[in-house]
Design a protein around this ligand. Structure first.
Ligand code: ATP
Length: 208
């Protein structure tokens, strides 16, 4: 099985690009969804966060972790962000490994791992190909604003600044997708990468 790791910045177009790979026949694992599963009430990530941040981090009605509160805590303080990461990343990585193994067992030829923190967590070393979805900062900000108009501009900028820069991520890329333009232009790049990978990969001849 060939595993394509897709990464980029917040709102740079990772989900959009992963969806395009899915349309071409790849199976997609969304690391954010895995994180949500691991953090669901009474799952191991939930307990880790509860024990470190205290019961104030949990909504009393639903037992869910208050994501807005956790988000503003960790994006406002790099120490909290590091602590949260050290608690939950190992749990998420283990679950991703399990899901990849399931796909392998099912005979999957091409898997996509959509992971915002692919490089920061070292997962880029566990995939065959690293794809960075790149977008200009101004366009990134504008797309985030139109997706979540209620989010303050200062918060958008703070979140972008708290991440590894896209310029830095590009250094790890086997392929960079320029997602500044139309979806159609992005789709063309995805198709080209898919074809290149399928051509190069041994044993992938059956994928059209
Ligand atoms: P997040 O890190 O928040 O999960 P993401 O990297 O997965 O975000 P997307 O959700 O794919 O990014 O894209 C962010 C927003 O920009 C979405 O509203 C999406 O529809 C839009 N978008 C993505 N690519 C393009 C494009 N080429 N043209 C116009 N809009 C786009």
């Amino acid at each position: 099985m060939m595993v394509i790791g897709i990464t980029g910045g917040i709102g740079s177009g990772k989900s959009t690009v992963s969806g395009m790979f899915r349309e071409l026949g790849a199976r997609v694992i969304d690391a954010d969804k895995v994180a949500q599963e691991v953090m669901a009430p009474f799952e191991p990530g939930w307990w880790a966060v509860y024990e470190y941040f205290g019961q104030g981090i949990v909504c009393p009605e639903t037992s869910e972790i208050d994501r807005a509160r956790l988000g503003s805590l960790v994006f406002g303080d790099p120490l909290f962000l590091r602590k949260l990461n050290s608690l939950v990343h190992p749990l998420i990585l283990r679950r991703i490994e399990e899901l990849l193994q399931q796909l392998r067992d099912q005979g999957t030829k091409v898997a996509v791992l959509d992971a915002p923190l692919l490089i920061e967590t070292g997962l880029h070393r566990r995939v065959d190909v690293v794809v960075v979805v790149w977008v200009e900062r101004d366009i990134q900000i504008a797309r985030l604003k139109s997706r979540q108009p209620q989010m303050a501009m200062s918060e958008i900028v703070q979140r972008i600044n708290s991440q590894m820069s896209l310029e830095e991520k590009k250094k790890y890329a086997d392929f960079v997708i320029d997602n500044n333009q139309s979806l159609e232009k992005t789709r063309q790049q995805v198709e080209l990468i898919f074809q290149t990978i399928v051509k190069k990969g041994r044993g992938f001849e059956r994928i059209e």
